[in-house]
Design a protein around this ligand. Structure first.
Ligand SMILES: O=P(O)(O)OC[C@H]1O[C@H](O[C@H]2O[C@H](CO)[C@@H](O)[C@H](O)[C@H]2O)[C@H](O)[C@@H](O)[C@@H]1O
Length: 286
């Protein structure tokens, strides 16, 4: 599927390259009070950096979301991060205009609501603690590349290779051993941008998006993402479209991930492009 690359100035709303995308955007513009705007965090709202602890939302992201949120049914952040971490790094708490923001974290397993300021989470999966305990020994045994490191995520654990001298080779070398470790403990491996995460099965961004869209009775959806974990949300939007709910798929473009480009209605230039698009949408709806 062809996609349009964003080259518009701030204030212009780009036209999706597909009919489905144009229908989705038209529906959002015609009935904004029914629209769900759902956004991934890392790589979509926040530029990618070597240290996840240093990642922050693009400086214009929060003001833009605060301008957009009152015009639509809901704004949600759908992320692999623990929701509290995304809220902290995003600067999403206590922002006028974002009183109803929802963060669906851990691929939808945990949820933060701005209304209550609290996180709801299911019981931890015992396999995560077991896998976590084995992980350092496994990385030693397989001779993981120097610079490979473990991110503790609470209900998941992730292995990053961005800081290795050959990040992609380090990533590929870990795929099989981490898949084996995950299987032995009833977990799944979630591959991302130079990260392999071991997490409980049963939830993904697609399930999270569908459930939330149903919960609020969304009449249209825009979803923007950059990474492989966002493909499930893309599939969810395809399902919504097939059942009569229009939607727009936006790829936050990067050199690292190409899969989303193929399926998107609109390709924008990373987090700056996403913010520009959302700002143009907010301006049109105001
Ligand atoms: O679902 P997302 O919001 O996109 O989160 C996915 C993972 O993002 C983080 O890792 C990614 O961003 C880091 C900071 O820019 C970068 O250093 C890393 O290479 C990327 O993979 C986060 O650390 C993971 O826990 C998230 O699952």
């Amino acid at each position: 599927m062809a996609s349009q690359t964003d080259s518009t100035d701030a204030g212009d709303l780009p036209t999706p390259s597909t009919q489905a995308g144009r229908d989705g955007l038209d529906a959002i513009l015609a009935h904004p009070g029914k629209a769900l705007i759902a956004l991934d965090f890392d790589g979509t709202l926040a530029p990618i950096v070597p240290d996840p602890e240093q990642a922050r939302a693009h400086p214009d992201a929060v003001p833009t979301l605060a301008a957009l949120a009152p015009e639509v049914a809901a704004v949600a952040v759908v992320t692999g991060r623990p929701p509290g971490v995304a809220v902290r790094h995003g600067g999403f708490a206590g922002v006028p205009g974002l009183e109803h923001l929802v963060v669906l974290g851990h691929y939808g397993a945990e949820r933060w609501d701005a209304v209550t300021g609290s996180v709801t989470a299911p019981a931890p999966h015992p396999g995560v603690a077991a896998a976590r305990a084995e992980l350092p020994g496994l990385l030693d045994r397989v001779g993981a590349w120097q610079g490979t490191w473990i991110e503790e995520k609470g209900r998941a654990v992730a292995v990053h290779t961005r800081r290795a001298s050959d990040p992609q080779a380090a990533f590929e070398a870990l795929r099989a051993p981490l898949a084996d470790l995950a299987t032995r403990h009833g977990l799944v491996v979630e591959p991302g941008r130079l990260v392999l995460e071991l997490r409980p099965p049963g939830m993904d961004k697609g399930v999270a998006l569908l459930e939330y869209a149903r919960e609020i009775g969304a009449g249209s959806v825009l979803y923007a993402g950059d990474d492989l974990g966002d493909l499930a949300a893309f599939t969810a939007v395809d399902k919504l479209r097939a059942s009569g709910t229009p939607g727009v798929l936006v790829c936050s473009g990067s050199e690292e991930v190409t899969e989303l480009r193929e399926r998107a209605d609109l390709v924008v230039d990373g987090p700056a492009g996403v913010v520009r698009l959302l700002r143009a949408l907010a301006a049109r709806l105001a």
